[in-house]
Design a protein around this ligand. Structure first.
Ligand code: ACO
Length: 380
């Protein structure tokens, strides 16, 4: 209808290439995921979330000296702590506010306290990215404590980002297995090319808006159940099924009812998401340590049935929740945890967008009326 109608319509922008990028590569047919050329399987085995943030933002692995300085910046109390006024603000929120709403609100409010708020240079955006990555775990943990009527736990600069987050959530030093598992989960969620939330962050950045605004856009997009919100929905489904003996019949009925099964399917992968196997392994180890593998048994039965019946495979959201649940983390915190990691990718993409910017502004194929006659209100 419009002058854009001559262009082929691609619903959901499927397979549309909108920009070049050096950050992340997905091979959807082979099930490979690379950050800056490095296979995530290698990063999971050998790296840390802190090092991965460096890799994503600076485009190379750090030297020992560079890594030490980067880790120091990410773990310093100055960068991790929340402004006291923000904690006061959190206390004013209704206790039923969901953690994802709190995170979206809190990140937006953090820009009001950021000394670089008005500076969009690459250097300032990097400083803000470090602060946001350091502050978001504190924000997520602070809300968990506040809503449960417990005292907020101050960050411990001696702990890694993962260890410190688990410590601030519970007030207790986490086990090595829990810290390692959590760190691997953060590495695996750190970036994923032009997914919905990253694209949202880039669209915002492309208006030359700032990193806080881009991250808030990302959080808003991640919240939905078709994207990051799926991990929470998976666990709610597992809680409904409860018993592995009932899983097969339950999932077959859901498929017969044409239900959308959360944790399965992907726009890009035509095989199993390469992140799922790591999360499954770690969720199983944690479950064994905690004395129950029921959740994993249910998920495995679901995976067998859905893959065979629909040729739709597990994605990153299928097993992550089971790992977090074994650490005693509430289901509605799963998506905020995803955001705590993906902020690294959002920041990398905002930096890249700013470095070679063009406003992102697609067209629609207009299908509405063209000759509507305005009737005055009194005559309608
Ligand atoms: N359960 C049941 N059917 C599915 C699923 C699923 N999880 N995923 C896709 N399908 C089916 C659709 O019904 C559709 O079938 P049809 O052609 O017979 O109508 C076909 O597969 C294609 O589905 P689309 O929704 O068009 O695929 P799209 O690429 O748009 O969606 C998405 C991808 C949103 C991830 C989808 O697979 C889904 O809804 N999955 C469940 C939610 C989920 O787990 N999201 C997390 C994804 S990973 C991430 O964002 C971190």
């Amino acid at each position: 209808m419009s002058d854009a109608a001559a262009n082929p319509l691609k619903a959901g922008l499927e397979d549309v290439v909108v920009s070049t990028s050096d950050i992340c590569f997905i091979d959807g047919h082979k099930g490979r995921l690379l950050y800056r050329g490095f296979d995530v399987d290698d990063l999971v085995a050998q790296s840390t979330f802190e090092e991965v943030t460096y890799l994503l933002w600076y485009g190379k692995l750090p030297s020992r000296k560079e890594l030490d300085a980067h880790v120091k910046a990410l773990s310093s109390t100055a960068n991790r702590k929340l402004p006291p006024k923000l904690i006061t603000m959190l206390r004013q929120l209704p206790k039923k506010t969901t953690p994802m709403e709190v995170l979206r609100t809190g990140v937006s409010a953090l820009s009001a306290f950021d000394p670089d708020a008005a500076d969009n240079s690459r250097e300032a955006t990097l400083r803000k990215s470090i602060r946001l990555t350091a502050q978001m775990p504190t924000l997520v943990a602070a809300w968990e404590r506040i809503r449960r009527g417990k005292p907020v736990v101050a960050p411990n600069p001696k702990l890694s980002l993962s260890g410190n987050f688990l410590y601030m959530m519970t007030g207790k030093k986490p086990t090595e297995l829990a810290t390692k598992t959590f760190d691997v989960a953060l590495i695996l969620h750190a970036d994923h090319e032009f997914n919905a939330s990253t694209f949202a962050a880039r669209v915002t950045a492309a208006t030359l808006s700032d990193v806080h605004s881009g991250v808030v856009s990302g959080i808003g997009a991640l919240k939905g159940p078709l994207h990051g919100g799926a991990n929470e929905q998976v666990m709610l489904m597992v809680q409904k099924i409860k018993d592995p003996a009932k899983a097969d019949a339950w999932i077959r009925q859901a498929l017969a009812d044409k239900a959308r099964i959360m944790g399965f399917g992907h726009r890009v992968y035509r095989v199993e998401d390469p992140r799922a196997k790591h999360l499954k392994r770690l969720a199983l180890e944690l479950g064994q340590q905690a004395g129950s593998t029921v959740n994993i048994q249910i998920l495995d039965i679901m995976a067998g049935v859905v893959s065979a019946a629909k040729h739709i495979f597990p994605n990153v959201d299928l097993y992550s929740g089971a790992a977090y649940a074994s650490m005693g983390i509430s289901t509605d915190q799963f998506t905020p945890i995803f955001a705590m990691s993906r902020v690294a990718g959002w920041a990398a993409h905002i930096l890249e967008q700013h470095g070679n910017n063009r406003l992102i502004r697609p067209r629609s194929d207009y299908t509405g009326a063209t000759d509507a006659k305005y009737v005055p209100l009194a005559e309608r």
